[in-house]
Design a protein around this ligand. Sequence first.
Ligand SMILES: C[S@@+](CC[C@H](N)C(=O)[O-])C[C@H]1O[C@@H](n2cnc3c(N)ncnc32)[C@H](O)[C@@H]1O
Length: 260
Amino acid sequence: MMADQNHQVYIAREIVHHYSQLRQLQPAEQTILDLLRNQWSSMKMLDIGVGGGRTTQHFSRVVQEYIGIDYSEEMIAACQKRFHNQSKLFEVVDARDMSQFPDNSFDFILFSFNGIDVLSHRDRLKVLQEISRIGKSGGYFFFSSHSLQGLEREFNWKNKISLNPLTTYVNLIMFGLLRFFNPSLSRQQIKDADYEIIQDESHNFRLKQYYVRPQEQLNQLQADFDNVKMYSWQSGLELVTEQDLSSNTDMWLYYLCEIK
Ligand SMILES: C[S@@+](CC[C@H](N)C(=O)[O-])C[C@H]1O[C@@H](n2cnc3c(N)ncnc32)[C@H](O)[C@@H]1O
């Protein structure tokens, strides 16, 4: 099953080590850190899929209360080691069952760096519901997810040609591998789909990840969230106009949502 296979990746020693070395915020995360600067000090935050604690150092020092959770015991152990004075901030919890947290517990819920994409479609919807239950009304949910629109552009060998022959060579090899690991996938299928499960290059093609068309993502959020804003992960800028969105080729986007 997709979820079990992906879980195996996140307990692997070299992967845990990789995440525990990461430090920098992604541009869109920095944008949100700045945007909500007047609110952090009164916020209770849940950092879902905290991994090796990349985001912990940036957020835990500005919020009133911080909890980082992950379904990988190994990731949580790495966080406890990394932040040994604050080891109580971390817990092993699967986002698909957050029943230990009462309704309306958090002001800000983060699921960063596409963590939600390793779940199946059904589990994803369940997690969105759980987040809306444990989030306070008027609070925020901020997450990123792979973009099918970005993948559509990637899935075209013509876009692999660069002025640098070595870059072209590497691009074409990676494209060949993407096709090899996803043999039944075509460009037309990507064009027509709302979402697809793709075995992509992250962690050497070991993960199966959910790629979603931005409009489909908005549809999934509609029932439980309001005022959804989208941000380019690369530039950190909000995609304000329809043109910003339709011309966007980021491989993933960040979504800032208000909890209903
Ligand atoms: C791509 S890593 C990102 C780690 C960290 N947030 C970062 O940005 O460096 C995704 C993380 O989400 C966690 N994760 C995936 N599905 C989860 C679930 N259902 N419940 C809790 N954590 C989950 C994985 O174990 C992994 O640590």
